[in-house]
Design a protein. Structure first.
Ligand code: FAD
Length: 391
């Protein structure tokens, strides 16, 4: 790729949100030059299967590809692989990649998030986090020679990893500082269901505790918890959340107080947009900004900014949509459940069943709908929120 060149659009971050934006630019008829700067060495791929099909050994890593190398040619996309952007000069409108600089007319920031680190685990042997193809490859290699796995963090990712390890026949320990599995926006409803599912499969769950001491002496790791319990495990996966990839933007002048702060159309500064996990979009009133770390929002924001750049069409506010699969249980959720504020309605089944759909509602307006193992029925139920697609 020619350094010093000017591109009509530069997209930094070549994963789902960036690729959705690039593809939309083309489908909306944009024929200017597009450069995608990718920090990773792989062509863009989907991450959700990494903690599910790939970790379980059902898929090869290359089955996660978003689209083929030929498609990049067809869409006339220039792509720079394995070269992370290192700085942004928004006054000269250029992105630095080491010593090289790439000029833009419009810039789209799509650099996602990275696993949050746990100080105690830094530099230890047999210790992993999961975000990339390299991560899942290393974890799978280690699982093959391990009989026990410790997971720190019982968020969605930690529970999915634990679930895969159990299904692979490993002994699993989960350590979580809160009192239950942490599923964002669910109002706490499925925490108990997930807890029961893991408990039934003999996962050792240590809640309301922190790790006080961690060592990798010998072949195994030893974890000493704040409740005094001590456990050994052959390997450890740390899944304690994520942090936005904004280091390269430090000093640029952008507001990076929680990801890249944007308007309701993803604009962070004149001619600069942000999308996906790294982006913090405001609502239509310009307030209540938040980052949405899920696949559907990454796609929707990529499409919205691509379309806005070509047509000027202001994106509609969308509901966040989330799915997961834990020990075979399919979880789907749209919006946010607000049991504290809104009326709780069981739409189908009940909490004790293996299948149910629950919602929160006020005066016929639904704030969130959650389905546990009712995929087909959820497609109907989400219409109550005026949503026809997703899931
Ligand atoms: C294991 C796993 C399972 C998941 N499962 C689900 C699920 O079941 N359902 C769901 O809705 N969501 C799930 N997610 C979340 C979903 O994958 C993300 O929401 C989605 O990947 C966000 O896409 P993105 O393009 O915004 O960012 P990312 O996918 O994080 O991609 C950002 C890209 O930018 C690159 N980058 C970073 N810094 C730079 C730089 N300076 N220069 C150039 N490139 C850079 C990164 O290397 C990366 O390739 C999961 C995530 C993980 C990790």
């Amino acid at each position: 790729m020619k350094s010093e060149a000017l591109y009509d659009v530069v997209i930094v971050g070549g994963a789902l949100s960036g690729i959705s934006c690039a593809e939309t630019l083309r489908t909306e008829g944009f024929d200017g030059s597009i450069l995608i700067i990718c920090g990773e060495n792989h062509l863009p791929y989907n991450r959700p299967p990494l903690s599910k099909q790939v970790l379980l050994g059902k898929w090869e890593a290359n089955q996660t590809a978003i689209f083929s190398a030929e498609k990049f040619g067809e869409l006339s996309l220039n792509i720079l692989l394995g070269k992370p952007a290192t700085a942004l000069d928004m006054y000269r409108k250029c992105v630095w990649v080491g010593q090289e600089q790439y000029f833009y007319r419009k810039l789209v920031i799509a650099t996602g998030v990275a696993p949050r680190k746990l100080q105690l685990a830094e530099g230890l042997e047999h210790t992993f986090s999961l975000r990339t193809i390299e991560d899942v490859t290393s974890i799978s290699e280690k699982i093959a020679t391990s009989s026990s796995v410790a997971v720190i963090g019982a968020g969605v990712l930690g529970c999915e990893i634990a679930s895969a390890c159990v299904q692979l026949g490993r002994e699993v320990l989960i350590v979580e500082k809160s009192s239950a599995p942490q599923i964002p926006n669910s109002g706490g409803f499925i925490a108990a269901k997930i807890f029961d599912a893991l408990h039934e499969r003999n996962v050792n769950m240590q809640y309301d505790v922190e790790v006080d001491y961690l060592t990798d002496r010998g072949q195994a790791l030893t974890l000493k918890l704040s409740n005094g319990n001590v456990f050994n495990a052959d390997m450890l996966v740390v899944a304690v959340g994520s942090k936005p990839n904004t280091e390269w933007l430090e000093g640029s002048g952008l507001d990076l107080s929680d990801g890249v702060i944007c308007s309701d159309r993803g604009e962070a500064a004149p001619d600069i947009f942000a999308i996906g996990d790294v982006a913090n979009w405001a609502d239509e009133k310009g307030v209540n900004g938040r980052r949405r770390e899920n696949q559907t929002s990454a796609i929707e924001q990529g499409i919205a900014v691509g379309r806005y750049l070509v047509t000027g069409e202001v994106p509609k506010q969308t509901r966040s949509f989330f799915w997961s699969e834990i020990l075979g249980n399919k979880i789907l959720m749209i919006g946010t459940l607000h049991p504290d504020r809104d009326r709780l309605r069981m739409l189908q089944g009940n909490l004790e069943d293996d299948k149910f759909i629950i919602a929160t509602e006020v005066d016929g307006r639904f704030s969130g709908i959650l389905s546990w193992n009712m995929l087909k029925e959820f497609r109907e139920a989400r219409k109550l929120m005026g949503v026809e697609k997703n899931g």
